[in-house]
Design a protein around this ligand. Structure first.
Ligand code: KIV
Length: 294
């Protein structure tokens, strides 16, 4: 039996009304997800689910479906704005996306990416950017890419009471340094640096870590060696949780098809089909009919 929840506002019979939305949650969690809940989940061996969201409507749906963590990723730069990389998105734009997500969420932990150029300069800049995100969007934590290079910033941000999630492996903000989006840390030197960076981030106070596109064996080793939850994307099943970009897993984006992506729907086809029907109905004067007018 699904639960009834107050849904979005709908325009009905000349008045705005709250819609009732029937929904069967995957896991009925009354509890808000905090960083401590994620640590407990790792200790109990319960896998963590994380998805991106950048707007109110999608965030509301995935929170109601019971996702543990919502990432307001700088992938908004690609998915929402159509840029080729994550580099152009600004702090103001991230705050806009994050505040829309926050208004929708009741249970999930909301983590917001610090965009490129707003934390690499020095730890004071990193702290100021994090404070803006927390104050102006209401987000619950920030995420940043890098290892030992950002250690001082992580310490300073955590010292100010702001939870930080780390991000190692393929770090899309460094794409022009890599030159390509291939699997990272296949060579021993890079794998050793990644392991050392993971330990440093844990020591510096990160509450969790994202590992992107690295060999599954290495990711499993990191998850075993650190106590903080490790959430993977293209990092295999031996980690403590998984994250995917929502628009990729729903099949809204079509061009992007890495091996690690499982598509749970083909929404692009559904959306284009529905819009095609609407266009036809308008052109053939089938819409609106006599019941759909005043
Ligand atoms: O921005 C993003 O969506 C991310 C995920 C790929 C982890 O950082």
């Amino acid at each position: 039996m699904g639960i009834m929840i107050n849904g979005p506002i709908n325009y009905v019979s000349g008045k705005y009304k709250m819609m009732n939305v029937s929904h069967t949650p995957v896991s009925s969690k009354a509890k808000k997800v905090t960083t401590h809940v994620l640590t407990e989940m790792k200790m109990k061996g319960e896998k963590i689910s994380m998805l991106t969201a950048y707007d109110y409507s999608m965030a509301r749906l995935i929170d109601q479906a019971g996702v543990d963590v919502i990432l307001v990723g700088d992938s908004a730069s690609n998915v929402m704005a159509g840029h080729e990389t994550t580099l152009p998105i600004t702090l103001d734009q991230m705050i806009y996306h994050a505040s829309s997500v926050i208004r929708a969420v009741s249970n999930a932990l909301v983590v917001v990416d610090l965009p490129f150029g707003t934390y690499q300069g020095n730890s004071k800049e990193a702290l100021n950017s994090s404070i803006r995100i927390m104050k102006e969007s209401g987000g619950h934590a920030v995420k940043m890419e890098g290892g030992v290079e950002i250690e001082e910033s992580v310490r300073r941000i955590v010292g100010a009471g702001i939870p930080v999630m780390g991000h190692l492996g393929l770090m899309p903000q460094s794409i022009y340094q890599y030159g390509t989006y291939v699997v990272r840390a296949k060579e021993e030197a890079e794998a050793e640096k990644l392991l050392s960076d993971a330990r440093i981030l844990q020591e510096a106070g990160c509450f969790a870590l994202v590992l992107e596109k690295i060999p599954a064996e290495l990711a499993t080793r990191v998850a075993k060696e650190v106590e903080i939850p490790v959430i993977g994307i293209g990092a295999g099943g031996g980690v403590d949780g998984q994250v995917l970009v929502l628009h990729d897993m729903l099949g809204i984006t079509q061009e992007f098809s890495p091996r690690f992506l499982r598509r749970y729907h083909t929404l692009a086809e559904e959306i284009m089909g529905a819009v095609g029907k609407y266009i036809k109905d308008v052109k053939t004067k089938d819409f609106p009919n006599s019941k759909e007018q005043y």
